[in-house]
Each structure stands twice: as C-alpha cells, then as structure tokens.
Design a binder for this molecule. Sequence first.
Ligand code: UDP
Length: 324
Amino acid sequence: MKSVLVVGGAGYIGSHMVLCLQQAGIHVVVLDDLSSGHKEAIENCDLVQGDLGDRALLSQLFKQYQFDAVMHFAAFIQVGESVQKPAMYYDNNVVKTLSLLDTMRDHGILNFIFSSTAAVYGEPQYTPIDVEHPKAPVNPYGRSKWMLEQILDDYDAAYGLKSTCLRYFNAAGADAKGRTGECHDPETHLIPLILQTAAGKRESISVFGRDYDTPDGTCLRDYVHVSDLCDAHLLALTHMMKTRKSARYNLGNGQGFSVQQVIEAAANVTGRKIKVVDAERREGDPARLIADATLAEKELGWQPKFADLKTIIEHAWRWEMRGE
Ligand code: UDP
C-alpha cells in the first residue's frame, strides 16, 4: 500500500491517523475543510482545504494521486446538535459522503475505511456490546452513521466497493509523543472537560446524573486510546485489501469506567483539585456502553497498547498542558 486519502485528517482522530500512516511509510494526502480541524495538527503531508461534497475537487485529487484507499473521519459528531439540526447532519454525514463514495467508484478506488460509532446500537439491550447487537440508534447522529453503514453494504453488493466500519466507543487520550491531541470547539467530551477544569481553564466539571443503575450511579463508558483506534484502522485496511471482504468491528477496551471514576483518576494524574458540580441527566445517555471488541482482536490481531485509563489521561493531560 502506497498512498491513502484521509478525509478529515486535520481533526482529532484523523490527525492521529495521519501520524500512524506516516509511521508505516504510507504517503498521506489530507482533505479537510478546516471547519473543526486544525492545520497545525498535521505535518509532512499534502493538505487540501476543501469540501468532501465537492465532486470536481475530489475528481481532480483522484486523478492527481493514485490512492489505494480512502479513510473518512469528516463527520459532525455532536448528539445534541444533531437533534437540533438534523438537516445539517444528514447532509454532511450522508449526502456528502455519498459524493465521496460515488467519485471513488468513478475512479476505481474501491477500499473505504469508515469512522462509525457505538451510537448505532442505541440503548444497549445487553453489555458488553458485540457487532451483532441490534442497531437502533436513538438520535440523528447515530442514525446518520447507521444509514451510511447500510449504504456501504449495498455498494459492496452492487459495485464491489469494500468497506470496513469501525464502531468507536469513547475515543480519548492523545499522541504519546505530544504531536497532536483533542481540540474540539465547543468541547463536549468528558476527559478534556475534566482536564480543562484541572488546568484552571474552566470553573468546574458537571456530572450529568448520579441516579443511573450503575455501582456509583454515574454512567459507565469504555474509553479507548485514540492511537489504539488508529492502529486498528491500519490493521483493518491491510486485512481488507488482503481478504477483499467488507467488515464491521467494535473498538473499545471492554472495561467500563464511571464518570466519577474518571474524575478521580484525573485528580490523581494531575495532582490538582477538580471542582465537581452535580447536574441533570443529559438526554440520550445510556447508563453503560461497553464494547465487546473480540472480533477486532481475533480477525485483525488488534491489541490496544494504552488500555489503562491512567495512561489515557496522562497523555491527554500532557496535551492539555502543552506549552505551559
Ligand atoms: N459527561 C458528564 N459531564 C460532562 C460531559 C460528559 O458527566 O461535562 C458524561 C456523559 O453524560 C457520559 C460520559 O460523561 O456519561 C461520557 O460523555 P462524552 O460526551 O465524553 O462521550 P459520549 O459517551 O457521549 O460519547
């Protein structure tokens, strides 16, 4: 494999993917509209600023470079916003992604790696969640991802476009060498919010509900290191190109940590006092989301390097405190 187009490569997970591909000696081109990504997040690769729905631009890129595959990270990801603005979510996450897929087909590029999400499962019927768990997303964000997954099945059957959908649980942490990290605006994710509080950039962290059916009453999530996610993408692409088969995998560590446990772990890592405020439940939050990722381990040989929460938080903290 020589060359990969990373759509959304200037974003959080995308920029870690660029590092991972470069480490493997693969030439990377990034397409990003920089609406939420950051130019500074990537180095030593061609960055094309543009819209993934721009077929003329995509055609030009596909003519200019001989891509073996496309990895797609450029989605809108906020659940609450997706409820308020479904049109925006379906347009970006479905319609524009179709432009990308159809332009790929026109140019005979038939390998696609897709960022999917545990949100395709909706309220879990059992945990840990395996890939066969029923798909019943409960918000437009999750539905947009599940729609695309189903479209990808049809595209494989009709056009031979092979895809691997990677359903992330809670992506967290940052590059171990501090080269990139999480930079969302607005930030909505638990770990960066806690660390910003520890760093004095926020007053307090709100705990969304303490009355869940979990040991300490706060929600359980499966936090998985972003660099481990990226390793899984590269393994998945290599595997798919060898087997010529589409696949779906869950990516998580198989262990749930409560919001309260994450706050305590962050207090230990940072040595700072973190002000905690109790708040109402956030709509649409299941009590527990824990991955059964054995399929990725078995078929891809995926083994997370940074499975423990302390390491994930240490790396995120180093990123949070960069330049200080
Ligand atoms: N959470 C919280 N306070 C915050 C942000 C998140 O209590 O300020 C909780 C949220 O309700 C969920 C967990 O932390 O139970 C992880 O939320 P996050 O938004 O990081 O990821 P999600 O699970 O929604 O993908």
